[in-house]
Design a protein around this ligand. Structure first.
Ligand SMILES: [Zn+2]
Ligand SMILES: [Zn+2]
Length: 272
């Protein structure tokens, strides 16, 4: 299993020099398992993943399962800029998301509607199938994917991808402090080889003024990793106002509590 980070920022892209070592693009992670391609979230990092896939497939058809955790801007903004959606009908994308608030198909149509965008989704030639995701487990290409609700305004789904090679957990946009959701996220993360977790705020920022905004911090990430037996914690969804130096400090502080912590950075790869 190979994991690659294409966008690691929360809320809004931050293309400014002091943020570029970790990266300015919003949420997007690619996971490869043999011939299968999985994409988690479609923030602005999706655009550069599209460039890379076009190069790699070099005209051949591609197929991917695309999981969208929820529809806040930082998780969908890359959709209109993903080249392979426009290329040809042989490209196939299978979208998985909850339609509890809206279907993803409608979200895509609305985000590209007049007066927000110059072309609409009819320009997308690729095959697009939309699947409604409920909490629970599904089987895709022999790979088990479990979805669970996290604690976030309008909801967000966390995902656990499990194969013989290992367990990858993608749990972003989650606020601690609700007993049921706190339990959910620990269950999702149980024994994970890699846990990608929302660390938007510093603990002190969260306490002072960010309660109820739907996000977490590194201290809770460490708690989850330790209590769930996750082997490696990857801090993710960095706050737009946290520059590289701030994220460096966060990682070294977190390592005082848990040795296997790192911060997600654009272009970073992890092999399980
Ligand atoms: Zn987000
Ligand atoms: Zn969100």
């Amino acid at each position: 299993m190979r994991i690659k980070f294409w966008g690691v920022r929360g809320s809004t892209p931050t293309p400014q020099a002091e943020n570029l070592r970790y990266g300015g693009n919003t949420s997007c992670v690619e996971v490869r398992l043999g011939q299968s391609l999985f994409i988690f979230d479609c923030g602005t990092g999706l655009r550069t993943l599209g460039q890379h896939l076009r190069q790699e497939f070099n005209g051949s058809a591609m197929c991917a399962h695309v999981f969208v955790s929820h529809f806040h801007w930082d998780h969908i903004q890359g959709i209109p800029f993903f080249g392979p959606f426009y290329d040809k009908p042989e490209n196939r994308f299978l979208f998985h998301s909850s339609s509890r608030t809206r279907s993803l198909k409608r979200v895509m149509e609305e985000q590209m509607a007049v007066p927000y965008f110059p072309v609409n989704t009819t320009e997308m030639k690729a095959g697009r199938n939309f699947y409604d995701l409920e909490p629970g487990r599904i089987d895709l290409d022999g790979i088990s994917v479990e979805a669970m609700w996290l604690n976030h305004p309008q909801g967000c789904m966390g995902f656990r991808l499990e194969t013989k090679e290992g367990i990858f957990v993608y749990a972003t946009d989650n606020e601690p402090g609700d007993v049921a959701f706190d339990k959910n996220v620990r269950k999702l993360a149980a024994g994970a080889d890699v846990l990608v977790y929302d660390a938007q705020y510093l603990p002190e920022e969260y306490e002072a003024r960010k309660r109820g905004w739907g996000h977490s911090h590194w201290r809770e990430g460490v708690n989850i990793a330790m209590e769930s037996g996750a082997k490696e914690l990857v801090l993710y969804h960095h706050d737009p106002d946290h520059d590289d130096a701030c994220i460096d400090r966060t990682v070294s502080e977190a390592r005082n509590y848990y040795a296997r912590v790192r911060a997600a950075a654009e272009g970073m790869e992890i092999e399980i």
